[in-house]
Design a protein around this ligand. Structure first.
Ligand code: SIN
Length: 288
């Protein structure tokens, strides 16, 4: 069966039409989905009425799954392969920890020594308006840089922090984050292991470059983020319930916009496919 694809934007992404992942998928059909994933950077599957087990089982076809040890408070208590992206309030009435997940432009798990190959995010309840997710094509963004800029960043390593806004950030919680997620340096340009294409590997979790001061690094980081998130490199996804988006973390980045009414539930669950080991721990990141 030839896969029916519909482009999602000029920059990246395709919708896979007429597919139901709750049904058995042959090796050859999965092979077509995998090729479409490599060609398009992100895939959208609408109307997927699946259980948690089916979500996990389908995700495993892309590779071994992360059990989210780097984000222990956000994983499902019985399914560690599922990361909860939810604004469901906590017992104390404050917004849940997952409310701010993904609000900065990032590639999943870049702040660990095994950044993700890809992620599969399933929408269960989404607000009637807003709560969209933006995606950027980091291969196109890299290709369009000048030769001079490509040369300048070729050997740079960005220091990625596992930071995000937390509603109740106590000193204990901040210490826990620092212990579980020390700063990790990752190459600013990575070669995709399957397509062989170069892609920018940068984002708003990059604090500075290794070997440069913070003051020296910031203008370049901000320029590269601004460049990569220009409309011509992006796709904005308006969620419906029961969507699954699969994205390639090696050549895209994404950001949850958070532009929705807080009284409306937004509940999504994500599996994260492990990628190849990359990067190193930075003992003393520059402070200035
Ligand atoms: C994520 O970064 O995995 C979450 C994205 C979203 O909530 O839209």
């Amino acid at each position: 069966m030839a896969l029916k694809l519909r482009p999602l934007s000029y920059a990246l992404g395709a919708e896979v039409c007429d597919i139901d992942i709750a049904k058995p998928l042959s090796e050859s059909l999965f092979g077509e989905i995998h090729n479409a994933f490599l060609d398009n950077g992100i895939l959208l599957l609408r109307d997927q009425h699946v259980t948690r087990e089916q979500h996990i089982e389908f995700s495993r076809r892309f590779g071994e799954l992360d059990r989210h040890d780097a984000l222990p408070r956000d994983r499902h208590p019985e399914y560690p392969e599922l990361l909860m992206v939810t604004n469901e309030p906590k017992a104390n009435g404050k917004p849940g920890d997952g409310k701010y997940t993904g609000h900065l432009w990032h590639s999943d798990m870049s702040f660990t020594l095994q950044p993700s190959l890809g992620s599969l995010l399933r929408s269960i309840h989404v607000p009637p308006v807003g709560g969209d997710t933006m995606f950027a094509n980091m291969t196109k963004a890299y290709d369009d840089l000048s030769d001079g800029m490509k040369k300048l960043i070729a050997d740079l390593h960005g220091i990625h922090l596992g930071k995000r806004k937390i509603v109740d950030l106590s000193p204990e919680r901040a210490a826990e984050q620092a212990r579980i997620n020390p700063p990790i340096a990752q190459p600013a340009v990575r070669v995709h292991p399957e397509t062989g294409k170069k892609a920018l590997y940068i984002g708003e979790k990059v604090e500075c470059f290794a070997g440069l001061t913070r003051e020296e690094s910031r203008p370049l980081i901000e320029y590269l983020c601004r460049h990569a998130t220009k409309p011509k490199y992006t796709y904005r996804h308006q969620w419906r319930d029961n969507d699954i988006i699969i994205w390639d973390n090696r050549c895209t980045m994404h950001a949850a916009l958070g532009d929705y009414d807080d009284d409306q539930p937004r509940h999504l669950e994500r599996t994260t496919v492990l990628g190849t080991p990359s990067g190193y721990i930075v003992e003393e990141p520059p402070l200035h």
